[in-house]
Design a protein around this ligand. Structure first.
Ligand SMILES: Cc1cc2nc3c(=O)[nH]c(=O)nc-3n(C[C@H](O)[C@H](O)[C@H](O)COP(=O)(O)OP(=O)(O)OC[C@H]3O[C@@H](n4cnc5c(N)ncnc54)[C@H](O)[C@@H]3O)c2cc1C
Length: 471
């Protein structure tokens, strides 16, 4: 007997920040949306637990206000020779001058519940495979059928792949070339310790040879600090094991620096992959859009990915909903990625590639940037540039410096393989397998002007829920 097939307007695979925000946006606009995750919420996720300024801003725009966050400002960076510099947290024109710390077990659950309350249908199952059906030959898109490991099948006109760095959706649809992906791996632990400032530590593996990543110690709620190590692995995932190997050494280093009490006990550790710089991934294929880590949107310089996951989830949802009246959702989403992500991701991926190949340069750079006479002059621009905060930064010396760095690095990497590859991947959406090219936006939802404003009647949401329960 064939497994039951349930139909939705949109299926979102993965309920991390990217998927939950996408489902929240879709559901509150009246779409019939399934949010599928292999884990039952609340669930843990390896992370430094810092939501950067753009993420804080976006949560405000969405009207989602997690309780219990620790608001963080300036960040200290300690270099391989012990030099310290403070990266100032300065409010921009479009983002606040703070980041938030909140354990992902709590943060992701807040977003998941927001999506459920908006009317998304939660399904706990693992996505095992995705089948893309041909379009109907009428010039608008086909459909995706999602096969779950419990035997269920979900069919939708659009599938948003938000299932993280090792995305089953991307793999199943053939949107990723694992050998071209820029991988990172990071591992974290919680420690009972009151930590005042978030700290990043750059260190050498041996004298003059820089570690291709960094360690961190971030404050958290209830005196639980988050400490971890992240490493850039290039396209060789075996190199990720270095992060795990270095964690104990790093914790010892923190104790030696006086940043952790000598008797502070580390809890269990949890690691995870990061997919950076958008490399090796085609984010749009027929009815499938990838967001967040699945699309490789992690910052190649410092590993931040929550804000990008949420903003790309929102952008993919808007594209699918046809906000703005545009019908080709794949093209709209591709354009958003080009406009908001690809220049920074591509140029910093190229820079990261250069650094990974030159560990001595990593060491020299780390020493120079944290040598106070240089560090103090560059810190403002550094904070803006490596957190990808140039767009929307407040006018001033720090912004000018960040703009110069950004322009120089973009110029120097314009012809790099990373930039060329990204240009090809985003040049045009990959055609779907069938004759109905592209993904049709659900513009019908916008026949109702209140839906265009994201003000959807409670009745519509109730109808959707009832439909799902019947299905
Ligand atoms: C150790 C570490 C530290 C980090 N620190 C930070 C930080 O401090 N700040 C920051 O901004 N970023 C940080 N990042 C990156 C950040 O965690 C990610 O960029 C972010 O979680 C991406 O969100 P997402 O929604 O795309 O994917 P995820 O958060 O990975 O969510 C994916 C979801 O998909 C589900 N899933 C996976 N496979 C399937 C399947 N087959 N079927 C169904 N469901 C599936 C998973 O259960 C998960 O819930 C860190 C990453 C690591 C590993």
């Amino acid at each position: 007997m064939a497994a039951a097939l349930s139909s939705f307007d949109v299926v979102v695979a993965g309920a991390g920040p990217g998927g939950s925000v996408a489902a929240f946006e879709l559901a509150r606009s009246g779409a019939h949306v399934a949010l599928v995750d292999k884990a039952r919420f609340p669930r843990d996720k390896a992370c430094g637990d810092l939501v950067g300024p753009r993420g804080v801003e976006l949560l405000g725009e969405l009207g989602i206000a997690p309780e219990g966050v620790v608001s963080l400002g300036d960040m200290a960076v300690i270099g391989p020779s012990g030099g310290r510099v403070i990266l100032p947290a300065v409010p921009g024109l479009t983002y606040p001058g703070c980041a938030w710390a909140l354990p992902r077990k709590v943060f992701d659950d807040v977003l998941y519940r927001a999506a459920m309350e908006a009317g998304a249908v939660g399904i706990t199952a693992r996505v095992a495979a995705v089948e893309v059906e041909d379009g109907r030959g009428d010039g608008v898109g086909g459909a995706a059928v999602v096969h779950l490991d419990d035997g269920g099948r979900l069919r939708a006109g659009a599938l948003i792949g938000a299932d993280g760095a090792t995305s089953a959706v991307a793999g199943s649809v053939g949107m990723v070339r694992a050998d071209r992906v820029r991988w990172g791996f990071a591992v974290r632990t919680y420690i009972d310790a009151e930590v005042e400032l978030p700290v990043i530590v750059l260190f050498d593996e041996e004298p003059g040879v820089g570690f291709p990543g960094y360690g961190w110690l971030f404050p958290g709620p209830d005196g639980q600090a988050n400490a971890g190590v992240g490493v850039g692995a290039g396209s060789d995932r075996r190199a990720g094991a270095r992060a795990t190997r270095y964690l104990d050494t790093f914790l010892g280093h923190l104790r030696m620096l006086g940043l952790l009490p000598s008797d502070a006990v580390a809890g269990p550790r949890l690691g995870g992959w990061l997919k950076m710089g958008m490399l090796g991934t085609s984010p749009v294929s027929g009815p499938v859009l990838l967001v967040g880590d699945a699309a490789g949107l992690v910052n190649p310089l410092q590993g931040e990915g929550i804000a990008q996951a949420m903003s790309s989830g929102k952008a993919a949802a808007s594209a699918v909903l046809g906000v703005g009246g545009e019908r080709d959702a794949g093209a709209v989403y591709g354009q958003w990625l080009r406009q908001h992500q690809s220049a920074y991701q591509g140029s910093t991926a190229a820079l990261q590639g250069l650094l990974l190949a030159n560990p001595r340069m990593v060491s020299r750079l780390g020493r120079a940037l944290t040598w106070p006479p240089i560090g103090r002059r560059l810190a403002g621009g550094w904070a803006i540039y490596w957190n990808d905060l140039v767009t929307g930064a407040a006018p001033g010396r720090a912004r000018s410096l960040a703009r110069v760095a950004s322009g120089a690095i973009r110029g120097a990497t314009a012809a790099s393989p990373s930039r060329r590859e990204l240009g090809r991947a985003l040049g045009r959406p990959r055609p779907s397998a069938g004759p109905g090219e592209g993904l049709r936006a659900i513009v019908r939802l916008h026949a109702d002007p209140s839906a265009r404003d994201h003000r959807v009647s409670d009745e519509l949401i109730a109808d959707r829920r009832a439909d799902a329960e019947e299905g």
